[in-house]
Ligand binder design. Structure first.
Ligand code: F6P
Length: 543
């Protein structure tokens, strides 16, 4: 990958000049100037996902200049480096191969490493056999009863992907009930125990490192509770599964070798739902549906690799995001989903995007003086229309939004027009945000000012993308997730940062382990700054 400072490129300078003109444009005027604007600024993926990016503060010229930035930053070769398995995660000296997990059979795929291909194949076979035995009630617990409940114990990438996907695909779920233990909060365990019967529950401990404090603490206490019921350690083999890179630690915990599923070091935690870390997804929707999820992602991978940049969905969306983040200085991006089943989607994106691109050192080891990752936030429509949308309509901040909407609902209730109403709200919001309802200039006359009309004025000009999806099924969801993964990758490449490490989080983890020791001893804390010491000592006094 090229390590160019993006601000020193000719394209960046051109973009900056261009920005000075475009910043004055209103989206509604851009539509007046170009009657084919929708056609010119929308793309459809496999007739399943329509992406409309016409309601943005961009012109054809903006796209041209942004594409030139992508080229100057050598994005093409960076993509190939990832697909070829080059060690692009330099700070951890690793390849980044989540793409390999979903492209075993794809002939476009360029990875030549047969060993990796073979181990993925083997793993998929193991997942298939295992999941089918659980779903089909062949696998029995220590009392001879079949499994009814699955508990995924993991955090970060070992939690958010499985949680988001299994919720999004609720209509495809089988009889198994899925639960998640992630946070290190006893409340979750107490509440979980009210819902499950230990002798009919399977505990999946998912941790790439098998050292994460939250996961291991939860897993150890679950093991203790389990052994209180099952008495004998050998009974663990019917109820405990370990997914990790670290086989030794899994076996040491007391998990049988045959219940161990390997995570490879070339799969980043936040990109791991396609691997064995997605086992809870497979258990909840079945292996066939999991393959469709992989297929959807694989087709997006192909699109990303093969499509010229001017028609390449992840590339264009990444560039538009860079445009706002770096030229308009918008700090955040909101992701609004018009589907209850997608309610975890923005949380999932928070990790994949902000953990990837929340970096301040560039690939040349210099402090950046441009913007890198945006703040990702969101909610479900229409709930958020009655909360933070007021700020979007009439506030002072520029907040680009992604609207994600399924055309079909799985739940039409008693012939009600729920879904039509839900969708009418989506259409209305994208229109209102971009076009507004008037222009301040029209309010110059006193009569109207006196009539308070001015307070009802919405300027519009809030940019947004719409993702209109035929339905949320495994294939389409796989495509959508891969689309965002690739968008995040492009942002990282163009902004000259390393997207696949997370040293900041590692630092936070280290400090909390150190402080735990301080909390457990009886001495007054003097180790840290004045504020931290005082907080800890106040806690110690009243605990
Ligand atoms: O949050 C940091 C992180 O390292 C994530 O990248 C990862 O998904 C999560 O912690 C959990 O790590 P592990 O799977 O090793 O328990």
């Amino acid at each position: 990958m090229k390590n160019t400072n993006p601000k020193n490129t000719v394209s960046w300078k051109n973009l900056f000049k261009h920005y000075k003109k475009v910043k004055k444009y209103h989206i509604k005027d851009l539509f007046l100037k170009d009657i084919n604007r929708f056609k010119n600024f929308s793309l459809c993926f496999k007739k399943k996902i329509l992406i409309d990016f016409s309601k943005n503060r961009i012109t054809q010229n903006t796209i041209k200049k942004l594409l030139s930035l992508a080229n100057e930053m050598d994005l093409k070769n960076a993509i190939r480096s990832m697909y070829f398995g080059k060690k692009i995660n330099k700070t951890e000296n690793r390849a980044v191969l989540h793409v390999a997990l979903r492209n075993l059979k794809s002939n476009f795929y360029v990875l030549k490493n047969l060993k990796i291909k073979f181990s993925i194949k083997k793993m998929l076979k193991k997942i298939k056999i295992f999941s089918e035995s659980i779903i089909n009630k062949k696998w029995l617990g220590y009392t001879g009863k079949y499994i009814t409940d699955i508990v995924n114990i993991g955090i970060g990438g070992s939690h958010l992907g499985p949680l988001m996907v299994s919720k999004a695909l609720t209509p495809f779920k089988n009889r198994l009930k899925l639960h998640f233990l992630s946070n290190i909060d006893g409340t979750n365990i107490k509440e979980l125990l009210k819902k499950v019967k230990i002798d009919q529950t399977l505990f999946i401990i998912c941790s790439k490192t098998f050292t994460t404090q939250e996961t291991l603490t939860n897993a150890k206490i679950i093991k203790k509770i389990f052994l209180k019921h099952a008495i004998l350690k050998k009974n663990m083999k019917y109820h405990f599964i370990g997914i990790s890179e670290n086989e030794k630690k899994v076996l040491k915990f007391g998990i049988e070798k045959k219940n161990f599923f390997k995570l490879w070091n070339w799969v980043g935690g936040r990109y791991s739902l396609w691997s064995a870390a997605g086992l809870s997804i497979v258990l909840s929707i079945g292996f066939k549906n999991f393959l469709l999820l992989l297929k959807g992602a694989s087709d997006m991978d192909k699109h990303f690799l093969k499509t010229p940049f001017k028609k390449n969905i992840p590339v264009l969306l990444a560039l538009i995001s860079i445009w706002y983040n770096n030229f308009f200085k918008s700090e955040t991006e909101a992701v609004i989903v018009y589907d209850e089943y997608l309610s975890h989607f923005y949380e999932y994106l928070q990790q994949s995007s902000m953990e990837s691109n929340g970096k301040n050192i560039d690939r040349n080891m210099n402090l950046v003086n441009w913007q890198t990752g945006s703040i990702i936030w969101g909610s479900t429509g229409t709930n958020c229309q009655h909360s933070f949308f007021q700020l979007l309509h009439q506030g002072t901040k520029l907040i680009p939004c992604d609207f994600i909407v399924p055309i079909k609902t799985y739940n039409s209730v008693f012939n009600s027009d729920h879904h039509l109403k839900l969708l009418s709200n989506f259409f209305a919001q994208t229109k209102a945000l971009s076009f507004g309802n008037n222009n301040i200039k029209n309010f110059k006359n006193k009569k109207e000012v006196n009539s308070n009309k001015i307070f009802k004025n919405c300027f519009g000009n809030q940019p947004n993308n719409s993702f209109l999806i035929t339905e949320i099924n495994p294939y389409n969801l796989g495509s959508l997730i891969a689309l965002y993964e690739h968008k995040i990758f492009c942002q990282g490449v163009i902004l000259n940062i390393f997207s696949f490490d997370q040293w900041g989080v590692e630092y936070g983890k280290k400090i909390s382990v150190e402080i735990l020791k301080v909390l457990k001893n009886k001495y007054k804390c003097k180790n840290y700054d004045n504020s931290t010491n005082s907080l800890i000592n106040f806690f110690k006094k009243f605990k």
